[in-house]
Write a new protein. Structure first.
Lengths: 112, 115
């Protein structure tokens, strides 16, 4: 079982549509990060959220950390083909031994 | 602008062979990590290091060894390769010792197949 569950696993949408991907856990996290990974490359950090209820915006991307710090969401407005990639959430559960745990990812495809 | 460099990018091994995946970073980061990524499973931490001479096990260390003789280099050794070690391996580094808050900088990955 994954400590961080991401949904959906796959998402294919048309350019211009909006979408939300989710990262959920039964554990409390001291912080959560979102990374994007393109084929043949390593993940690249998009954002870090550390406060329950925190909302961060990065152009068309909006990230939210749940009030209870057990979940997070990523909302993309007016998706573009350049948004295509694997989106990974990652976090450190409170009480864990300083290890960053990754979710299994959401593979997003934005069709032109 | 090298960042984190991994070699080789691709490798095919026979069962029982050994090899070393090389990782070097030029950002003077103290913290370095090795992850493996399997389809649909996210990234799993194999080993990490908080500085030269200091290494520790992650979530899935069995079948692997690491060393950290310099700040720049963090090689991952596979002894007696098994098909279960077929995966994509990523090396990463960070300037922050507080996991989950600092940015991890990843290499491009090393795709290993064990037949």
């Amino acid at each position: 079982t994954q400590l961080l569950e991401q949904s959906p696993q796959f998402l294919s949408i048309q350019e211009g549509e909006n979408l939300t991907v989710y990262c959920n856990s039964s554990s409390v996290f001291s912080s959560l990060q979102w990374y994007r990974q393109e084929p043949g490359e390593g993940p690249v950090l998009l954002v870090t959220v550390v406060t329950g209820g925190e909302v961060k915006k990065l152009k068309r991307l909006t990230f939210q950390f749940g009030d209870a710090r057990k979940d997070s969401s990523l909302h993309i407005t007016a998706a573009q083909p350049g948004d295509t990639g694997l989106y990974l959430c990652a976090g450190v559960a409170t009480g864990s031994a300083r290890q960053l745990t990754f979710g299994s990812g959401t593979q997003l495809t934005v069709l032109p | 602008n090298a960042g984190v460099t991994q070699t080789p990018k691709f490798r095919i091994l026979k069962i029982g062979q050994s090899m070393t995946l090389q990782c070097t970073q030029d950002m003077n980061h103290n913290y370095m990590y090795w992850y493996r990524q399997d389809p649909g499973m996210g990234l799993k931490l194999i080993y990490y290091s908080v500085g030269a001479g200091i290494t520790d096990k992650g979530e899935v260390p069995n079948g692997y060894n690491v060393s950290r003789s310099t700040t720049e280099d963090f090689p991952l050794r596979l002894e007696l390769a098994a098909p279960s070690q077929t995966s994509v391996y990523f090396c990463a580094s960070s300037s922050s010792g507080r996991a989950g808050t600092g940015e991890l900088f990843f290499g491009e990955g090393s795709r290993l197949t064990v037949l």
